[in-house]
Design a protein around this ligand. Structure first.
Ligand SMILES: NC(=O)c1ccc[n+]([C@@H]2O[C@H](COP(=O)([O-])OP(=O)(O)OC[C@H]3O[C@@H](n4cnc5c(N)ncnc54)[C@H](OP(=O)(O)O)[C@@H]3O)[C@@H](O)[C@H]2O)c1
Length: 258
């Protein structure tokens, strides 16, 4: 019998590659999704269980439809990992209209549309959807306005869908990494994290957390004790976090304002 299919978006990224290698080792047959054919082929060669690749820009309806059709031909997706994402860390005034559209599209609109598109396949397999969010999906952070908007939205959508489907056999999960050592973080962001003493995880830690989440009965997983605590305090007593971040603001600002 062939292994169940896992559709993984953002497979060529730092976290995506680590997830691909781990899930393939655990017996999943991967359908690796990205825009760079050469990188996808290279990763395909590193994955066990005959991984497949799919090249395309997920912002396009045609690409998403073809992806779902291809997954169906392979036997259907039992696991969808919405991992593709981008970030811009800059002052709110400097963000262009185009950046607003692009970031919200790939971080929020595309995962919502893929959840909807893949739901029949996932349902047929009594499967699982994992949406990859961020600690910034629970904590509003300066110079991360767009990213926070997208990840807060993704967290809300995931929670709502999980509750809507709670009487079905489909699981909808949310994984929130903290800062992780990948190309999504610009040199400025890395310098800021260093100055603020923020921990940066290796991508393999995120992959392991995703695997643990899938294999648990939990619906959500936040990585990092301090970040999880901060998110909880922000939920209950946001003014405490307002004050803590206000104290850090001059330092944060120094990395993003000339
Ligand atoms: N690294 C962190 O500090 C961190 C922390 C919290 C959460 N996260 C989340 O973790 C996820 C993975 O991020 P990462 O750190 O691995 O970033 P990354 O290394 O920059 O990888 C991002 C991935 O998203 C893909 N992607 C971007 N736009 C796309 C589009 N229009 N169509 C198809 N694919 C697209 C990229 O593909 P291309 O190669 O084709 O561009 C790449 O595979 C993201 O959702 C991110 O928000 C990351």
């Amino acid at each position: 019998m062939s292994a169940p299919i896992c559709v993984l978006t953002g497979a060529t990224g730092g976290i995506g590659q680590a997830i691909a290698r781990l899930l393939a080792k655990q017996g999943w047959r991967l359908l690796l999704v990205g825009r760079d054919h050469a990188q996808l082929s290279q990763l395909q060669g590193q994955c066990e269980n005959d991984a497949e690749i799919f090249v395309g820009d997920l912002n396009l309806l045609e690409t998403r439809t073809q992806l779902a059709d291809f997954a169906k031909q392979l036997g259907g997706a039992a696991l969808l990992v919405n991992n593709a994402g981008v970030n811009v860390m800059q002052g709110f005034n400097e963000i262009s209209e185009q950046q607003i559209d692009q970031l919200l599209a790939i971080n929020l609109i595309v995962p919502i549309k893929l959840c909807q598109l893949f739901l029949p396949q996932i349902t047929a397999h009594s499967g699982t959807i994992v949406n990859v969010g961020s600690s910034f999906g629970s904590i509003g952070y300066p110079y991360q306005t767009l990213y926070c908007a997208s990840k807060f939205g993704l967290r809300g959508m995931t929670e709502a869908l999980a509750r809507e489907l709670s009487h079905s056999k489909v699981r909808v999960l949310y994984l929130a990494p903290r800062a992780t050592d990948t190309a999504i973080n610009s040199p400025q962001v890395r310098a800021m994290n260093k100055a603020l003493g923020n921990t940066m995880d290796p991508p393999e830690k995120v992959a392991q957390a995703l695997s643990d989440l899938i294999n648990s009965t939990n619906r959500r997983r936040f990585i990092g004790f301090e970040e999880t605590l901060f998110a909880r305090i922000n939920g209950m007593f946001p003014s405490l976090v307002d004050n803590a971040i206000a104290k850090q603001l001059p330092k944060i600002k120094s990395f993003f304002v000339n």
